[in-house]
Design a protein around this ligand. Structure first.
Ligand SMILES: NC(=O)c1ccc[n+]([C@@H]2O[C@H](COP(=O)([O-])OP(=O)(O)OC[C@H]3O[C@@H](n4cnc5c(N)ncnc54)[C@H](OP(=O)(O)O)[C@@H]3O)[C@@H](O)[C@H]2O)c1
Length: 234
């Protein structure tokens, strides 16, 4: 696809991978909406990247609908969804409570699915579009303490494959991205970005992977991309 002149929604665009992706897309000539729950942080990211801030929580259907409406009002169309908003933590099975699943699943699974549905309604109608789901290497293999987060990303990865089957006949490309550890605010109680580490992934590497997959001519699509740090062992 041609990024220049296209319109994107990046959920969770106020920090980390979403913000880096939004910044690159704007630099390349796209119109971009970013969403997030912390309004101040979101507006700051919008000022820094040149994206439009839409204060929205992906776990609320009304916020999803409003995100789409505000995007269409501002830019008149939609060509790509970067389904990135997500969060997680580790907790062993023996300590889990019912509410732990609700907290993570309503964002990483239910919210991601309903956001994709809202975008897909437009994409099917216009017979083109792109959905990029940010899963994780936690979607490839479970680990101790990962019952909730890892399984939520397995679910997103599974849905990615379902939507590929459903939507490719409408010329809608669905792309799954599995980042390994990235030094963002993810999992940080402070919600502050981690210091950059020379041998660990930055948000820029994931933004690069997302945009590389999108840039391919529309006749082809990358079903899944996994990104690891080359040498995190030093
Ligand atoms: N960092 C890693 O090591 C890593 C590895 C693999 C996959 N991932 C995935 O990459 C994605 C981005 O994470 P990140 O590393 O960039 O972390 P991050 O810096 O914490 O960014 C997460 C973004 O999502 C937003 N968000 C969280 N819950 C939301 C909700 N309910 N509605 C709307 N926005 C919401 C956050 O803003 P607010 O909190 O203000 O809403 C923030 O903008 C996540 O899906 C994560 O699971 C991260």
């Amino acid at each position: 696809m041609e990024i220049d002149g296209s319109t994107f929604i990046v959920t969770g665009g106020s920090s980390g991978i979403g913000k880096a992706t939004a910044a690159k897309l704007v630099d390349m000539g796209a119109d971009v909406v970013i969403t997030g729950r912390d309004e101040e942080k979101l507006q700051q990211a919008a000022d820094e990247t040149g994206a439009l801030a839409v204060h929205a929580d992906i776990s609320k259907q009304a916020d999803i609908d409003r995100t789409i409406e505000e995007c269409l009002d501002a830019f008149g169309g939609l060509h790509g969804l970067i389904n990135n908003a997500g969060h997680g933590w580790t907790k062993p099975l023996l300590e889990l409570e019912w509410e732990d699943f609700e907290e993570i699943y309503k964002v990483n699974v239910f919210g991601a699915a309903m956001m994709a549905q809202a975008a897909a309604r437009i994409f099917v109608r216009q017979n083109s579009g792109n959905i990029v789901n940010i899963a994780s290497t936690a979607a490839l293999k479970g680990y101790p303490g990962g019952s909730v987060y890892s399984s939520s990303k397995f679910a997103l990865r599974g849905m990615t494959q379902c939507w590929q089957g459903e939507l490719r006949r409408h010329n809608v490309r669905v792309i799954g991205i599995n980042p390994s550890e990235v030094t963002t605010a993810f999992g940080q109680a402070s919600r502050k970005e981690r210091e950059e580490v020379h041998n660990k992934l930055r948000s820029e590497e994931i933004a690069h992977a997302i945009i590389s997959a999108l840039e391919m001519d529309d006749r082809g699509y990358v079903p899944e991309l996994t990104v690891h740090a080359t040498n995190p062992f030093e």
